[in-house]
Design a protein around this ligand. Structure first.
Ligand code: SF4
Length: 358
């Protein structure tokens, strides 16, 4: 039974380093710091969106939680139990409560199995009697807005959206509490993406599911996630309620990401940060910049940013931000920089602030 007084999932200072081997003897010559001190909680029934560019470490977080990667350091607790580097027994139990939906719906399905057989496998593993399998598979198909006509179809006969619905149905078959959604819509057409998100919302409401939603597509997050964490080079740079992060992004990286997404309404236009686009490429996680790891791309970077690593500071209205602009010790250095997006500013003020940002 889930204890509602504590988070369903709690990740504390999680690190996942991959060794880099070199030379004839294949000795370890360094490490790729894919995840480097990530912490967050997700309460039961909530959705946390983990966003960032490709290479930020988002997917590695999910794979480490579910035991596909060994944890280098830190702890992962699920429903109060320490599941860091789980034993085989823990893993078996975990798979019945935590499921993952992967980015590529095609490679997630066995091409030689029909839809009916693919869905029957997790049901049998859960001990559902053979006599009930057919009905349960039909129920799952209905839950993901398909029907019995799909029973005998093979994956190659399905569209990308239909395959992803089957993957979601397969995850639901074990009646999980937590779904790790790793870019579940990024391989799909834009029109299909919205339908999959709507389906996930319906399923969450019906089953009280908890989601860790990993995406590089910020436009999907705004109306879907309760909280948003912005990852860059293995670290969370900003974490707060989705409303706070989207309406008042503090970290220069959040602002750059959010300024790049298309707006669909006058309200979104009003809240869109006025900011120059993100410059350059994300550095290699094998060679993380010193100081603030975003300094090589940050328009506000000073010499201090190249040497001093910013703390993950809680600011008054709730979000945590990893930037010297929000560190009292440095505040005087950045005095001239506005500390929020130009929400609600008049035209004159907006021009003035935009000039100052440059
Ligand atoms: Fe930019 Fe410096 Fe803040 Fe890093 S600490 S985001 S380099 S201003």
């Amino acid at each position: 039974m889930t204890d509602m007084s504590e988070p369903l999932l709690s990740v504390d200072d999680l690190k996942k380093y991959f060794p880099v081997k070199g030379g004839i003897l294949k000795r370890t010559t360094g490490h790729v710091k894919a995840v480097d001190g990530v912490s967050f909680d997700i309460n039961s029934g909530d959705t946390l969106a983990l966003i960032g560019e490709s290479g930020s470490g988002k997917s590695t977080v999910a794979r480490t939680i579910i035991g596909l990667h060994e944890t280098t350091d830190g702890t992962i607790r699920f429903d109060g139990e320490d599941i860091t580097n789980p034993s085989d027994e823990q893993l078996t139990h975990l798979r019945s409560r935590v499921q993952m939906v992967f980015q590529d719906p095609t490679s997630s399905l066995n091409p030689r199995r029909t839809v009916g057989k693919s869905l029957a496998v997790p049901l049998k593993a859960r001990g559902v009697p053979s006599s009930e399998i057919r009905d349960r598979v039909s129920e799952l198909l209905v839950r993901v807005e398909l029907n019995d006509e799909y029973w005998n179809k093979y994956p190659h006969e399905l569209s990308g959206g239909q395959k992803q619905r089957i993957n979601i149905a397969r995850a639901l078959a074990v009646q999980p509490d937590l779904l790790l959604l790793d870019e579940p819509t990024s391989a799909l057409d834009v029109s299909v993406q919205a339908k999959i998100i709507a389906l996930l919302e319906d399923l969450q409401e019906e089953f009280g599911l908890t989601y860790l939603f990993i995406t590089h597509d910020l436009s999907l997050v705004r109306n879907f996630a309760d909280e948003t964490a912005v990852m860059y080079l293995g670290e969370i740079q900003e974490h707060g309620s989705t409303e706070e992060v989207f309406h008042r992004p503090r970290h220069p990286y959040s602002r750059a990401l959010l300024s790049a997404i298309p707006v669909t309404s006058a309200e979104e236009e009003a809240y869109k940060p006025r900011h120059e686009p993100l410059r350059g490429e994300i550095p290699s996680p094998r060679d993380v910049p010193t100081g603030c790891r975003f300094h090589t791309r940050c328009p506000y970077a000073t010499d201090d940013c190249t040497t001093a690593e910013p703390d993950f500071t809680a600011i008054a209205s709730g979000p945590h931000v990893r930037c010297h602009i929000y560190d009292d010790a440095y505040r005087d250095i950045f005095d001239e920089i506005p500390d929020v997006a130009v929400v609600g500013a008049t035209d004159d003020e907006t021009d003035e602030i935009t000039q100052m940002e440059r």
